[in-house]
Design a protein around this ligand. Structure first.
Ligand code: SF4
Ligand code: SF4
Length: 442
């Protein structure tokens, strides 16, 4: 085994070990959450994933920036084939191990070369939008809270993508240069439309060194980026496909029944359980109604929060936010993720851990939650099919059902529903009063 091979394998194992630790940590957090809706209709889910995740249909709602983002994503998919090849090359000590695929290989690598140049241009535009144009959608209380980090998060990720693409093109230039001086046997190297034009930038004597530096830089960045992603908003690179696949298929405005209420009603309707006393020395375990903290959310809610790209498309269409209310659907996702990061590690170790704080109240206020009109514009706008409304509804349910903490105007409505079976202040027996006059006239 050559030194390069051994170095690569050791480096790869260390990086995979760190990544494994992160996934194990996230898995522990998912284990704290509640069951969600069942994952059925697999065919429909596959279609949705092909359309929304791979076809980028929702991101194209804003056509100009949408197509730029879509090109980055499609390029990422193509370039991943080359990255997988590099891993096999590194392990086996080979060079371009997939070359035997002939024209298919050349098509993929050539497209990757073009996409690398497109991605460099796209990332430049993204950085300009963030730092020079300062697009309003990227501002907001949840973005300003930790201004430095939030800005750095996006800038670090975009800069790394830029370096990844520059090193990819550098590696291709080095490879084509090596071909041109006869150091590569068995490959015409005529399938790199961008890099092929740039080989004169590298002197013949430096071709090998140039290729090696860029090869190592590219693969090292791939592994480092892979480990940074789960701690960044750019985790959506990995999460968007599964999140779209696992998203809700029901009509957006359909309000889900609460399993805790269903269970209580079932118990009340069953004579065997309706009047049951707690076991001697025991107490009746009270179910949680709605969501108070992260251990009450469903695993789909948590995946949504991990997938949020913080793009702000939801907040920009939210009628509550645009009319000056405190609510920002993006903040709901950012706060849910943050709360899990704050509380999750201790909760995994000790299920009774309590830091005297909660998602509702300390992170997300009552004012924010009650500002939601449940219009679902945010769900419609989200490019990765996040369902912001279900978690807002569940936090509201907690406030109303456990804390009786609803706006005073709503209390009268609840009392009327309870007493009269309708939101109005009339007895059910008076319902047909409106028709009396008509009947009298007839
Ligand atoms: S459903 Fe609520 S959070 Fe979403 S856009 Fe409408 S008002 Fe805003
Ligand atoms: S919830 Fe969706 S639309 Fe809103 S910021 Fe996150 S990714 Fe963007």
């Amino acid at each position: 085994m050559e030194t390069k091979q051994i170095t690569f394998i050791v480096f790869m194992l260390v990086m995979l070990g760190v990544f494994g630790y992160t996934i194990h940590r996230l898995w522990g957090f998912i284990g704290l959450t509640k069951a969600g809706f069942p994952i059925d209709k697999i065919g429909e889910r596959v279609n949705l994933t092909l359309k929304v995740a791979f076809g980028q249909t929702k991101i194209l709602d804003r056509p100009i920036i949408g197509i730029i983002h879509a090109l980055v994503w499609w390029g990422f998919l193509i370039i991943t084939v080359g990255t997988a090849e590099m891993v096999f090359d590194g392990i086996l000590g080979q060079e371009r191990i997939l070359l035997f695929l002939g024209p298919v290989y050349k098509g993929i690598m050539g497209s990757g070369d073009i996409f690398a140049a497109i991605i460099i241009s796209a990332v430049t535009i993204f950085l300009i939008r963030r730092h020079i144009i300062k697009v309003k959608r990227f501002e907001g209380v949840e973005m300003n809270k930790k201004k430095g980090w939030k800005k750095a998060d996006a800038t670090i990720a975009l800069s790394m993508i830029m370096l990844l693409m520059l090193s990819l093109i550098g590696m291709n230039i080095g490879y084509v240069k090596l071909c041109s001086i006869g150091e590569i046997i068995g490959d015409s190297c005529d399938y790199f439309p961008i890099s092929g034009l740039l080989i004169d930038l590298v002197p013949d004597s430096k071709a090998h060194l140039f290729h090696e530096i860029n090869w190592w830089a590219h693969i090292a960045l791939v592994f480092i980026f892979m480990n940074i992603l789960p701690y960044s908003k750019h985790f959506h690179v990995m999460m968007s496909v599964p999140n779209v696949f696992l998203s809700r298929l029901d009509p957006k405005t359909k309000i889900q029944n609460m399993p805790s209420v269903t269970k209580e009603v079932d118990a009340m309707m069953n004579p065997e359980t309706a009047f049951a006393e707690p076991a001697e020395g025991g107490t009746m375990e009270m179910p949680r109604f709605g969501v108070k903290d992260v251990e009450d959310i469903s695993w789909q809610n948590y995946l949504d929060s991990l997938t949020c790209t913080e793009c702000g498309r939801c907040t920009s269409v939210c009628p509550a936010n645009t009319t000056g209310k405190l609510l920002s659907p993006r903040k709901i996702m950012v706060d849910t993720r943050k709360r899990m990061n704050d509380k999750g590690p201790s909760l995994v170790k000790d299920s009774s851990y309590n830091d005297q704080k909660a998602l509702v109240g300390d992170y997300i206020t009552k004012e924010e939650l009650f500002a939601c009109t449940t219009c679902n514009a945010c769900v419609q706008a989200c490019p990765v099919n996040i369902d912001q409304v279900s978690i807002i509804m569940d936090m509201r349910r907690y406030l109303i059902m456990e804390e009786a903490n609803s706006p005073s105007e709503w209390n009268m409505m609840f009392t009327n529903i309870e007493n009269n079976g309708a939101p109005w202040q009339f007895s059910p027996s008076d319902r047909m009063n409106w028709a009396e006059e008509i009947v009298m006239k007839a």
